[in-house]
Ligand binder design. Structure first.
Ligand code: ATP
Ligand code: MG
Length: 236
């Protein structure tokens, strides 16, 4: 059983506190949806957990099983089993997708080695692997690149920040299916998204709402319909 346990987190960017008193536990095989208005702190939370230096955790703890992630550099957090897919993945010239995926897969346990055979399912051409990481990729291609990295990493816990944004209708279905498979093999998923469609294809066990840096609701999947109809006005 794997678990990511976040306790009473406060997160600052510069001198601005963007998340406060945030607690959540994500266990093996669980799918958690994290929703909330633009600017509520979802990406800041994801960055801080992954160890981005601009997003400082000023209070609280982050444990992956019994490992204190706050004592580890970002790459060691990844090696410990944490994966973050970015809302806006950076472009990295000079490193091909193929080289990058093989590099990630070589340090992960039980990772697949053949990425070429996965490309058709997510609507990518063979030549995709020869291109430099995210360089000139369309919005949807960047998300597919993040998904391939997730598959290569075989993480214990994956935080996916709007991995569905920009995906076409068919790709969204394929990505949801792959993520369902990740949860079925035992990964815990924290899926940040604005779109109820993703959660129709990939039903969450829990639905959380972050508003102005605070977790204001955590409920079951039935909450999605209420949010889709009423938005966040009940919380503001
Ligand atoms: N590097 C930064 N410098 C300054 N302010 C920042 C930085 N990163 C985040 N913020 C601010 O922190 C707040 C939370 O931003 P964040 O990106 O976490 O929101 P979000 O919930 O992910 O929004 P969205 O749904 O639009 O992606 C916002 O007010 C944002 O402007
Ligand atoms: Mg965001």
């Amino acid at each position: 059983m794997q678990s990511l346990t976040l306790k009473s987190l406060a997160i600052s960017v510069g001198d601005k506190e963007v998340v406060r008193d945030f607690s959540l536990a994500i266990k093996s095989g669980e799918v958690h949806a994290l929703m909330g208005p633009n600017g509520s702190g979802k990406s800041s939370l994801a960055y801080a957990i992954a160890g981005h230096p601009e997003y400082q955790i000023t209070k609280g703890s982050v444990m992956l099983n019994n490992v204190n992630l706050l004592e580890l550099l970002p790459e060691k957090r990844a090696e410990a089993g944490l994966f973050l897919s970015f809302q806006e993945p950076p472009e990295v010239g000079g490193v091909s997708m193929s080289t990058f995926l093989q590099m990630i897969a070589s340090v992960a346990k039980d990772s697949p080695k053949d990425f070429k055979s996965m490309l058709p399912e997510i609507g990518l051409h063979d030549t995709f692997l020869q291109r430099f990481l995210n360089e000139g990729f369309s919005g949807g291609e960047k998300k597919k690149s993040e998904l391939l990295q997730l598959i290569a990493r075989k993480p214990k816990i994956a935080i996916c920040d709007e991995i569905d944004s920009g995906l076409d209708l068919d790709a969204l279905k394929s990505v949801a299916k792959i993520l369902r498979g990740e949860a079925a093999r035992g990964a815990g998923l924290l899926l940040i998204s604005h779109s109820p469609r993703l959660f129709e294809l990939l039903p969450p066990d829990f639905v959380h709402v972050l508003l102005k840096g605070k977790l204001v609701a955590s409920r079951g999947p039935e909450f999605l319909d209420i949010l889709a109809q009423e938005g966040y006005k009940a919380f503001s």
